[in-house]
Design a protein. Structure first.
Length: 210
């Protein structure tokens, strides 16, 4: 069983986009892929991200075809905010999240776990998304943006992962400010991180590390 945790420097950076691309790559390689979205907020009826993820997995893994989107989550909340803030009744139990991950891992050979928001999004008052990544003790992929200001966000997130001794790699989602990225950001990455890669071009090579 292989597991991968997907996180990002913030919300709306490209975690779901990255997870969908990974599901497709793994599925086309004939690997029994699965997915878990432990917590999704901003849910009125059906969880949008979980629906997208499950629909893609169901193309490749029959063990997930009987499930509905909420089956691949441990918690959903209506308020579009950090889980701690959305959880007004304080129902979140970390053990339930870990149980959900274990349950779904039995349906596949490679489970992708997509976090919510960035690394320091609070799940409870004293337990953050980075703590879940650490406790799961699995490879983590940090998705970073290409917009102006991303160097700071990327470096802070890298330092946070290093401080927790989390095994990780990171990649740029070339989406925002693509026209200016080569001038305002790439020179630094080329100098300091000569092996940096993008989600659009490097996922296949990344998967080879497993």
């Amino acid at each position: 069983m292989k597991l991968l945790f997907i996180t990002a420097t913030n919300t709306d950076i490209g975690k779901t986009y990255t997870t969908l691309k990974l599901i497709e790559l793994l599925g086309k390689k004939g690997i029994s892929v699965g997915v878990c979205k432990p917590i999704e907020t901003g849910v009125v009826d059906n969880p949008i991200d979980a629906t997208l993820l499950l629909t893609e997995v169901q193309k490749y893994n029959s063990n997930f075809r009987e499930l509905n989107p909420k089956d691949i989550t441990a918690y959903t909340f209506e308020l579009p905010s950090a889980p701690f803030c959305a959880d007004t009744n304080r129902v979140i139990d970390i053990e339930k999240i870990k149980d959900k991950i274990e349950e779904l891992s039995k349906r596949c050979d490679f489970l992708i776990i997509e976090g919510a928001g960035g690394l320091f999004v609070p799940i409870t008052s004293d337990y953050f998304m980075i703590d879940l990544a650490k406790e799961l003790n699995i490879k983590t992929l940090l998705v970073t943006p290409s917009k102006l200001g991303c160097i700071n966000d990327t470096l802070l997130s890298i330092e946070a992962l290093k401080s927790k001794n989390i095994d990780f790699d990171w990649s740029v989602n070339l989406f925002e400010d693509i026209e200016s990225f080569k001038k305002v950001t790439q020179p630094f990455y080329d100098e300091v991180f000569p092996n940096w890669w993008s989600i659009e071009k490097g996922l296949d090579t990344f998967l080879e590390t497993f």
